[in-house]
Write a protein that binds this ligand. Structure first.
Ligand code: NAG
Ligand code: NAG
Ligand code: NAG
Ligand code: MN
Length: 345
């Protein structure tokens, strides 16, 4: 017996509405194009450059294949040393971050040109600059869902630390263009996202300059207070409604593993207590997958050297993998291939 039609098939992303009405329309299976970016210069802690291979070693490609998702692994980007990369005030490794992201932008453009959903394995969150820039260069205007304990929207002039992984959004937003000074190796970055096309989920550690920017621009956000008040189901319903209210644009999910509570994902550079549960995180990815609009995903800030035990590393990496599987159609109710046929005695 062939199980097709009535059962929810494997790896399929169905829209929320059709799901509720049990009309699961057929939609092309997404394929994943994976880019590893072992880059850590956007922040001061070594170890985050090991993220791509740890996530691969936890079986990402195999498990995506098992759930019916085709994968092309584009391997790791390589980043050469940038000579004469002196600090500019508080800002460190500006030239290295600029040129690494330029390379990443080109790699993401290639993955999108080849027709895949782009998967960036970081590396630190400064990589969102190149990832979102490259995605937008190929698909045009897009929506950004930024899942993070932090807003990462400091400008070079508001940053309390000088770490560029706390600033990527400021370079990408049209509305902040006039607040960004000229920086070496950053001139290729063209703002490509509108503040109204951004939704934040999971915020709980926001700097004063960032809070001012978020309020000034009226950015849609669900900080942990809103997650507590509304519950994650309503947060995702409102997120999807907000993003599809105008025209339906491709979605870029930028997932910082520190959005999840450090009791689950302790192996990260800037953990903050009181985060999303594992289940809330997975629910976010399931719902975004079901929009059928997910076009690029970043999974960043996994840092094994910040863990105290091997178990901490495994829990963090395992969660990162499960979040990525959720982005590509894994359902907790189970999945089976569309050509699955029940054995008969
Ligand atoms: C990525 O780079 C690491 C070394 O940094 C290497 O061990 C690994 O095999 C590379 N992975 C891929 C898929 O190229
Ligand atoms: C893309 O967004 C910009 C800025 O909001 C807008 O001016 C432009 O018309 C949009 N392009 C398309 C094709 O919708
Ligand atoms: C990739 C890139 O843009 N590299 C440039 C970074 O800036 C130095 C000078 O500061 C140039 O020599 C590089 O070509
Ligand atoms: Mn971040």
């Amino acid at each position: 017996m062939k199980c097709v039609g009535t059962l929810l098939l494997l790896g399929r992303c169905v829209s929320r509405r059709s799901l509720h009405h049990d009309h699961r329309h057929h939609q092309a299976q997404q394929s994943a194009g994976i880019i590893g970016a072992p880059f850590s210069r956007g922040q001061p802690r070594a170890g985050v450059e090991r993220g791509p291979d740890l996530i691969r070693s936890a079986g990402l490609v195999h498990r995506l294949n098992q759930q019916g998702c085709a994968v092309k692994d584009y391997g790791n980007l390589t980043f050469e040393e940038v000579a004469g990369d002196e600090s500019l005030g508080l800002m460190r490794s500006v030239r290295a971050v600029g040129s690494a992201n330029r390379r990443l932008s080109e790699a993401v453009q290639k993955v999108k040109r080849d027709g895949h959903t782009s998967v960036l394995l970081g590396g630190d969150h400064s990589l969102a600059i190149g990832s979102i820039h490259g995605h937008s260069a190929l698909v045009g205007n897009l929506s950004v869902v930024w899942v993070d304990a932090h807003a990462d929207i400091n400008t070079p002039l508001t940053t309390p630390t000088g770490n560029i992984h706390g600033q990527p959004m400021s370079y990408l937003l049209h509305e902040l263009q006039s607040k960004i000074p000229i920086l070496p190796n950053f001139s290729w970055i063209k703002p490509c996202v509108s503040a109204r096309d951004v939704v934040y989920i999971g915020l709980r550690d926001v700097d004063p300059g960032e809070h001012c920017i978020l309020k000034l621009l009226g950015v849609k956000l669900f900080c942990m207070t809103e997650v507590d008040r509304l519950g994650v189901a309503r947060v995702m319903e409102e997120t999807c409604d907000y993003l599809s209210a105008k025209q339906k644009k491709p979605i870029h999910l930028s997932f910082d593993i520190d959005a999840i509570d450090p009791s689950v994902t302790p192996a990260t550079g800037t953990p903050v207590v009181g985060g999303l549960t594992y289940r809330e995180g997975v629910y976010v990815t399931e719902q975004l997958c079901q929009t059928g609009l997910l076009s690029a995903v970043d999974m960043v800030e996994v840092n094994p050297l910040r863990a105290q035990t091997e178990r901490d590393v495994q829990s963090t990496v395992g969660t990162a993998v499960d979040l990525l599987l959720g982005c590509f159609g894994r359902l907790r109710e189970g999945n089976h291939p569309s050509d699955y046929s029940l054995p008969e005695p």
